[in-house]
Design a protein around this ligand. Structure first.
Ligand SMILES: [Zn+2]
Length: 294
């Protein structure tokens, strides 16, 4: 069913839990996430990467996710992730996205604020003042869509960038939230996109500092690789939304690698192979839903 992302997340926080968000490059994965959410009786968030939304097919995917979300028996939000391009944002919202992460985190502080405000004004002009805006303060290392770099050395398992690009400065939080009017705030507290090099070291002290300075829900990106016993602490720090991508892809790709030959031999049984893809993503989503509501 349709939901406001901020309402969904705030409601979860009031129950001591957080809402998982999963990057969907395709409809099979989205079906799996929604299936897991319905089975758990909890809401979830379907994320669309900006590179996906920047193509006509990506906009059709958003429209399909919109239909899937509306027909679900639990609240499902469709969010455009890490967006900076005003045209991509406008198109994604027209196609059915109900929330946007307006990501000016790589910009100078004042430019980050301007970007969020300009997007808000543009959406209002589009008659879509209802779109929920997440903003990001602090730089996250790594690439959202790639687990590691493309050269051979990086394929050995290092992250795209080894060190966090810059922790969120908690002293900026109150001003940033007030001036952007953001409804959720993505933070950089030692989390990274892609695979972690070594053990993730989340800076709970920084997160605590941020949490006391704003009432809006915080968002943790790059949750893949963070142990469950760490993630369960999130909601206590006002982290109401946790984004997953890399591990979900790892699981799906492992299934495809293991099963493709047998399914090709089995009369080129793509239907059954997609069933296994769905099962892998669904198990992952179910585990994340359970972890965040523990
Ligand atoms: Zn992210």
């Amino acid at each position: 069913m349709r939901t406001q992302l901020d309402t969904l997340v705030t409601g979860a926080l009031q129950q001591g839990s957080a809402v998982p968000a999963f990057t969907c490059y395709d409809f099979t994965t989205a079906l799996a996430v929604v299936g897991a959410a319905e089975e758990s009786g909890r809401g979830a968030i379907l994320l669309v990467a900006p590179k996906t939304a920047a193509t006509p097919n990506g906009l059709r995917l958003i429209a399909a996710l919109r239909g899937l979300a509306d027909a679900a028996s639990v609240p499902i939000a469709v969010q455009l992730d890490h967006a900076t391009d005003p045209q991509v944002i406008a198109d994604a919202v027209s196609a059915g996205a109900d929330s946007v992460l307006v990501d000016g985190s790589s910009l100078p502080y004042e430019d980050n604020i301007d970007l969020v405000r300009n997007v808000r004004a543009a959406l209002a002009g589009q008659g879509r003042g209802d779109v929920v805006i997440e903003a990001e303060l602090g730089g996250l290392a790594g690439d959202e869509d790639r687990a590691f770099g493309t050269d051979a050395a990086d394929n050995a398992g290092s992250t795209v960038a080894d060190a966090p690009a810059g922790l969120t400065d908690s002293a900026q939080v109150e001003d940033f939230v007030a001036r952007t009017g953001a409804q959720l705030l993505a933070v950089a507290v030692g989390n990274v996109h892609g695979k972690y090099k070594g053990e993730p070291r989340l800076r709970w002290d920084v997160l605590q500092d941020i949490a006391v300075r704003t009432r809006i829900p915080l968002v943790l990106h790059g949750a893949s690789g963070i142990p469950a016993e760490e993630l369960v602490k999130a909601a206590a720090m006002n982290v109401g939304k946790v984004n997953f991508n890399t591990e979900l892809r790892t699981g799906v790709l492992a299934v495809l690698e293991e099963q493709t030959t047998a399914h090709r031999a089995d009369g080129e049984n793509l239907q059954a192979l997609l069933g296994l893809w769905n099962a892998s993503a669904r198990t992952f989503a179910a585990t994340a839903l359970a972890t965040l509501s523990r």
